[in-house]
Design a protein around this ligand. Structure first.
Ligand code: ZN
Length: 93
């Protein structure tokens, strides 16, 4: 039997960069799978926000508090394993 978690299939997730100053957020996860990330994010915060927004789409019934908690745990562990971003100019039009 399908669990409640799988009642909604996860859309294909795509990340795009857009200045989100007006929205006063660092990232937005849309239900169609589009994730928008503010291009000024760098380093550990960038990783945290990407994980945070992905979790919103993978785990849609979670509360904001649960998403924040889990995304911080994942970010700390991945960062501690020395994963870092290889900067690409194409990401910053
Ligand atoms: Zn959130």
């Amino acid at each position: 039997m399908k669990s409640k978690l799988h009642d909604r299939t996860t859309p294909k997730i795509k990340i795009k960069y857009r200045k989100l100053g007006k929205e006063r957020v660092w990232g937005i996860a849309h239900s169609d799978g589009l994730i928008e990330i503010d291009p000024s994010l760098k380093g550990k915060k960038h990783l945290e926000i990407i994980i945070h927004e992905i979790l919103h789409l993978l785990w849609f019934e979670a509360t904001e508090e649960e998403i924040v908690e889990k995304s911080i745990i994942l970010t700390k562990l991945i960062w501690k394993e020395n994963y870092r971003r290889v900067e690409s100019h194409e990401d910053f039009p």
